[in-house]
Design a protein around this ligand. Structure first.
Ligand SMILES: Cc1ncc(COP(=O)(O)O)c(C=O)c1O
Length: 358
């Protein structure tokens, strides 16, 4: 059986034997009753790392984000958010359905909202308008191919929001990637926001789990919302133990995923029929654009799958590839080679002849 390269997401990693051992050996209690020692240890570790008073363990990034939105808003409020943000696109309209808020999406070139993008979006105080209440940021930005939010821009947005009495939530599902790639520590990013969600189940390799951090008062309210959403878990230490293991062993190695992504991107960039901007590969994601020769992303995803490379089409003309700890090193050579084959098969079946490279 030839190797299959699964680059659909960094969520596909499986726990290693050492991580599983840490899970099996973790001391447990009933976390809904507040006495799971491993959950408490994990929450304290991540809160300290982020420079926040408290942490709260969630089963998913989605639930942590939706809880943050609910805690920081009231029904009828408006939330400023980047147009390709996860909360806006991939959380099943959670802010509307669960919190009764309206999202006001803002376009950017790289996923990072700037003060200049936001000033004209704040609604005047007038009974016609929804009160602007919250700004949601995302780092790294999934929809923009893993781009890192420039810290100076985030700090400026944070200052601006606070001056106007707006709250800030940071969807930091991949904040560890941003920290490792930029050298800017987690607590400096976290300082920009009232709440930050950070996933363990992505590049950090844990099977489940996200931590939301914030002030003691905010996290106390988040605990109630989490319960309401069905996210109170009992012997959750078995999962939090994987999170502790991930924090202790898998953070620095994210740099390897970033190097691998750059190298795969460089290999793909020589293929004439697709566009890959290697300079935009800042962390563990690669965006392949297919529009130049009129190819559809879907056709190329299907052809690549036939060649044993699994990817996602994230728009009709864009394919996303994500590196992670379970991608073998020979992907540097194999992924571009198989993509060339996939392109050839799409173009031949389109009657457009052979795929070349430069
Ligand atoms: C930026 C971002 N936020 C939130 C999430 C949601 O995480 P989960 O799949 O754990 O709900 C994801 C998932 O990929 C994500 O990429």
């Amino acid at each position: 059986m030839t190797t299959v390269y699964d680059l659909r997401s960094d969520t596909v990693t499986r726990p290693t034997p050492d991580m599983k051992r840490a899970m099996v050996e973790a001391p447990l209690g009933d976390d809904v009753l507040g006495d799971d020692p491993t959950v408490k240890r994990f929450e304290a570790m991540i809160a300290e790392l982020a420079g926040k008073e408290k942490g709260l363990f969630f089963p998913s990034g989605t639930q942590a984000n939706e809880t943050a939105v609910q805690v920081l808003t009231s029904p009828g409020d408006e939330v400023l958010i980047e147009r390709r943000a996860h909360i806006f696109n991939y959380e099943a309209a959670g802010p509307a359905a669960l919190s009764g808020v309206q999202l006001n999406p803002v376009d950017t070139a790289d996923g990072a909202l700037r003060v200049s993008d936001l000033v004209s979006r704040v609604r005047p105080l007038d009974p016609h308008f929804a009160p602007t209440r919250l700004v949601c940021l995302e780092n790294t930005h999934n929809g923009h191919g893993g781009r890192i939010y420039p810290i100076a821009e985030m700090e400026a947005v944070s200052r601006w929001a606070r001056e106007r009495g707006l709250s800030v939530h940071l969807d930091g599902a991949r904040l560890f990637n941003a920290a490792v790639a930029s050298g800017v520590p987690i607590d400096r990013w976290a300082k920009c926001a009232d709440t930050v969600s950070m996933c363990l189940s992505k590049g950090l390799g844990a099977p489940v789990g996200t931590c939301l951090v914030g002030s003691a008062e905010t996290i106390a309210r988040a605990r109630r919302v989490r319960k309401r959403l069905g996210g109170g878990m009992r012997q959750a230490g078995i999962l939090a133990a994987a999170g502790i293991y991930a924090l202790e062993h898998n953070v620095e190695r994210l740099a390897d995923d970033h190097i691998l992504a750059k190298e795969i991107a460089a290999g793909l960039s020589v293929l004439d029929e697709i566009d890959v901007d290697v300079g935009h590969v800042e962390t563990n994601m690669i965006l392949v654009r297919t529009a130049a020769r009129g190819l559809t992303a879907r056709a190329l995803v299907e052809a690549a799958e036939e060649m044993g490379v699994r990817t996602f089409d994230v728009s009709p003309t864009e394919i996303r590839l994500v590196t992670h700890m379970d991608v073998p090193a020979d992907a540097i050579r194999e992924v571009p080679r198989r993509f060339r084959e996939a392109l050839r098969s799409v173009l031949v079946s389109d009657g457009r002849g052979k795929a070349g490279s430069s």
